[in-house]
Design a protein around this ligand. Structure first.
Ligand code: ZN
Length: 310
């Protein structure tokens, strides 16, 4: 069965130090890769995830120290949600209180308990108590007990003008099917995986557009098993939806094409292969700065401009 769903989510942060501290020490995720933005090598690219950086667990950031805050609005991701086991919400509520993390009261969506919170840049996040999450891998070397640890993404909510045009691409190209409606929220689910298997669209009509900046999602990447699966998706986008993607770009840990979906959000299709152990052993992922071979000759110059982080 094809494994579809979200591959990774990439967002903008301001302080690199604060971002690293929050995602590893507060949320207990593993830093699976410390590299740079290949298109802007004076900026870090941090990848957080489970032990191996499984597709569907990877949240990545470009930390721009002086980034202005983004603004939530139409044509953007409104919230990024992680999966935790049933019964973990009480633990996280206490942890957020103890660590001064901005959060709201838990709410119910589609019968699941959801705890909305924000990262230090104001990025809207949530924890969802999800059936089956307890059996999924997590990163065990944080101080979050395994029975409460984040497993990866539950899903992402998009705030769009309308549902239809984006829904057609989710269903026809990206392997999702409509799974329910609740209030203004239409839920789509991808088969074959719990991790990153949910995409919600909230259609809000004419409303203020979002603005890119710190705390905003830059793009959402969807899974393709390999190059052939990706090429098929690219062809469907062109033939059935009149949408052209970029040419394939080698991101070292996956290979990607990008396109702007009809609702205005930047989408990417990323291959599951080769993964994060391609340039360092799985046991020591994320500990040293990794550069793609075309940037390796500029390592000294790049290291000199990057902010110092632990
Ligand atoms: Zn990406």
């Amino acid at each position: 069965m094809d494994r579809n769903g979200i591959h990774h989510v990439t967002a903008i942060a301001s302080s690199a130090v604060r971002n690293l501290d929050f995602y590893t020490r507060v949320l207990g995720l593993r830093l699976v890769k410390k590299t740079v933005n290949f298109d802007d090598p004076g900026t870090y690219h941090f990848y957080y995830g489970d032990e191996t950086g499984s597709p569907g667990s990877i949240l990545t950031f470009f930390p721009w120290e002086h980034a202005a805050p983004g603004r939530s609005g139409v044509g953007q991701a409104e919230e990024t949600a992680f999966r935790v086991p049933q019964g973990a919400i009480g633990y996280w509520t206490h942890r957020f209180l103890a660590k001064g993390v901005a959060h709201e009261a838990p709410e119910k969506r589609f019968g699941e308990t959801v705890l909305p919170f924000k990262d230090p840049d104001g990025m809207p996040l949530a924890l969802v108590a999800a059936t089956g999450a307890e059996g999924e891998p997590a990163w065990l070397e944080s101080d979050v007990p395994v029975e409460h640890a984040i497993r990866g993404f539950h899903g992402v909510t998009l705030m769009l003008k309308d549902v239809g045009p984006t829904a057609a691409i989710l269903a026809n190209v990206l392997g999702f099917a409509e799974a329910g409606r609740e209030g203004s929220r239409v839920r789509f689910k991808a088969g074959g995986t719990g991790l990153g298997g949910v995409l919600d669209i909230r259609a809000v009509g004419a409303f203020l557009p979002g603005r890119m900046g710190a705390g905003a999602v830059h793009h959402i990447a969807f899974r393709a098993a390999d190059d052939a699966a990706q090429a098929l998706m690219v062809r469907k986008l062109a033939e059935n939806h009149g949408l052209r993607t970029t040419e394939q770009l080698d991101r070292n840990y996956f290979r990607s094409v990008y396109f702007r979906e009809p609702g205005g959000v930047l989408f990417e299709i990323a291959t599951d292969i080769p993964g994060f152990a391609v340039d360092e052993p799985a046991a020591i992922l994320g500990q040293t700065l990794k550069l793609p071979s075309f940037l390796e000759p500029r390592r000294k110059e790049i290291e000199a401009v990057l902010p110092k982080v632990a």
